[in-house]
Ligand binder design. Structure first.
Ligand code: PAF
Length: 284
């Protein structure tokens, strides 16, 4: 496995592979790799001839006061995990390599779909994500890129960016990977104390309960969201950012179950901001 820190050798390595007719898959990450990331790598391995993983904690997607400095860094074990998964390239640039200029750099803004959900409470976050992902797509001109559905809004924003800007890359969303007890895997779970981790199970449990209610015929969207909020508040000290049932593609709030839907939520437990979501099969 090759470890590349600079932009030009990385672009050259991928371009050479593609010239040889190899299909290249890219898994963009911020490191602190867990089984969720590795499931993306395995999907890429299954679908492509070569797999590149980027590891870059992107400063522009963190607002002041967020956890940029504290973000877990586990480079040695990340590299070992990539090696074991048969990754061909890891691209791990420095901040200065990715952002060599002053603060007024070009950025990519996806309108509309970035405004609600996490976009409402994390201003500028998605501009940071779309800017760095666009840069990564230019540095690593892969055929396909893989993103997890845990960051469902991020996945839809990136798909929208790729459509709107006619970027020559396919975006594949992969299912959320959960711990055995249901907690969605996240690098940020490392911030949770034992007690907070137990409390955090209310996220997946309340989402599953809501999908069961919907399957049994409940269609009251406000009532379902209130039920999820109550279950989360009942589990311990928590700050709810949002609980919403949205159109699965546009992410606008739904008034009735007349199209594919997604239940999305974000909460703060201690210093840890957790997100989770689930798709709703709506009889059309
Ligand atoms: O999901 C992440 O880890 C990041 O937001 C991404 C897509 C790698 C961009 O920095």
């Amino acid at each position: 496995m090759e470890l590349i820190h600079e932009i030009d050798p990385c672009r050259l390595a991928i371009t050479n592979l593609r010239r040889k007719g190899k299909r290249v898959g890219l898994v963009p990450t911020m490191g602190a790799l867990h089984t969720g990331h590795l499931s993306l790598v395995r999907t890429a391995r299954d679908m492509c001839d070569a797999v590149a993983v980027s590891i870059f904690v992107n400063p522009t997607q963190f607002s002041p006061g967020e956890d940029y400095d504290a973000y877990p860094k586990t480079m040695e074990s990340d590299l070992e995990a990539c090696r074991l998964e048969g990754v061909d390239f890891v691209f791990s640039p420095s901040v200065i390599a990715m952002y060599p200029g002053d603060a007024d750099q070009t950025s990519v803004h996806v309108a509309g779909i970035t405004e609600g959900l996490c976009g409402a409470s994390r201003p500028g976050h998605f501009d940071g994500v779309t800017t760095v992902v666009n840069k990564l797509f230019n540095i690593i001109p892969a055929d396909v890129a893989y993103f997890g559905e845990k960051d469902y809004q991020q996945l839809m924003v990136i798909k929208r960016m790729v459509d709107d800007l006619n970027l020559p890359i396919e975006i594949v969303g992969c299912p959320i990977v959960r711990e055995q007890d249901g907690l969605a895997m996240s690098s940020r779970n490392a911030y949770l104390s034992g007690q907070q981790r137990e409390q955090a199970l209310c996220l997946s449990r309340s989402l599953m309960a809501a999908t069961e209610e919907i399957a049994s015929g409940v269609v009251d969207i406000d009532g379902l969201c209130d039920g999820i909020r109550e279950a989360i508040l009942g589990a311990g000290p928590v700050e709810i950012d949002y609980v919403e049932i949205v159109d699965a593609f546009t992410l606008t709030p739904l008034r009735e179950f007349d199209r594919p839907a997604r239940i999305c939520l974000a909460v703060r437990i201690g210093r840890c901001r957790l997100i989770d979501n689930v798709g709703v099969d709506v009889p059309l």
